[in-house]
Write a protein that binds this ligand. Structure first.
Ligand SMILES: [Zn+2]
Ligand SMILES: [Zn+2]
Length: 266
């Protein structure tokens, strides 16, 4: 079994128009897409983002006939505490293979749209990782903690600055490990938003929390970003002594070797 990208979007997410086929044609491996689920507050005046599960399931059934049963079902849950019951209600009875846990917004603003001029970094770090701690505590049925640095994409953060909240981050990772969540190397964060150095630090912290499960996710919204910079991310993990990755089927993890070659290095 080969490792395959475990964070991708298609037209089942409102911020993507990509087709499954354009991903499928790039490899013979399994494919999973992780479509957005995000609820918003009345304050945000924005329509909830809810994948059309019957249509998604029907499309994947059709693709599985054409593409040798390669396609799996995934979802990226944007967690907020006020929405936790709505999230569980949506997931109830649905047979996802993979559930990503993300912290995208706080009911007022999207964390990617703010920077130091909006909320000073120290205040933001404390707030963001408090919310992430609440997310891993309150949503234990996720499989992967996605882009731990999502809320830092709009800032320029050094490892020393991130260390200000090391205690809190360690608690996030320990709780994630207890709940059997894998840690995602989000290659878009690392190599497009320039946060690879924060991953060097976080990998060791997650390992120190007893973590053993890692995934690579491109967060592709278009097919050309499939397995974006996977080779570099795999090399980084190897430097930290990690030899295996995990993939999820019916939410059960399986360990697979870290890809050695034949990976896209765009
Ligand atoms: Zn996300
Ligand atoms: Zn995503």
């Amino acid at each position: 079994m080969h490792y395959y990208d475990q964070h991708m979007h298609t037209y089942f997410s409102p911020d993507s128009v990509e087709k499954f086929e354009n991903y499928l044609e790039q490899s013979d491996k399994a494919l999973v897409t992780t479509e957005h689920l995000d609820f918003f507050s009345p304050y945000q005046n924005q329509a909830d983002v809810i994948p059309d599960f019957p249509r998604y399931t029907a499309k994947i059934e059709q693709l599985n006939k054409e593409y040798d049963n390669r396609v799996r079902k995934g979802i990226e849950v944007g967690f907020t505490y006020p929405d936790k019951d709505k999230i569980q209600d949506y997931l109830s009875g649905k047979d996802f293979d993979l559930i990503l846990l993300s912290v995208h917004h706080n009911g007022q603003y999207n964390f990617m749209n703010i920077g130091n001029e909006d909320v000073p970094l120290t205040e933001h770090l404390n707030d963001y990782y408090s919310r992430m701690l609440q997310a891993v505590q309150e949503f234990p049925n996720a499989n992967v903690l996605a882009h731990f640095d999502y809320g830092l994409r709009g800032y320029t953060v050094t490892v020393d600055e991130l260390r200000q909240v090391e205690k809190k981050l360690l608690k996030v990772f320990k709780t994630a490990v207890q709940n059997e969540l894998a840690f995602e190397l989000n290659t878009k964060s690392m190599y497009r938003h320039g946060n690879a150095h924060l991953y060097e630090y976080a990998i060791d912290l997650y390992l120190s929390a007893g973590g053993k499960m890692f995934t690579l996710g491109s967060d592709a919204h278009k097919a050309e970003d499939y397995e974006f910079h996977f080779k570099e991310a795999a090399e980084m993990l190897k430097r930290h002594g990690v030899e295996q990755l995990v993939t999820f089927q019916q939410q059960e993890p399986s360990f697979v070797p870290i890809p050695q070659e034949k990976v896209t290095t765009k």
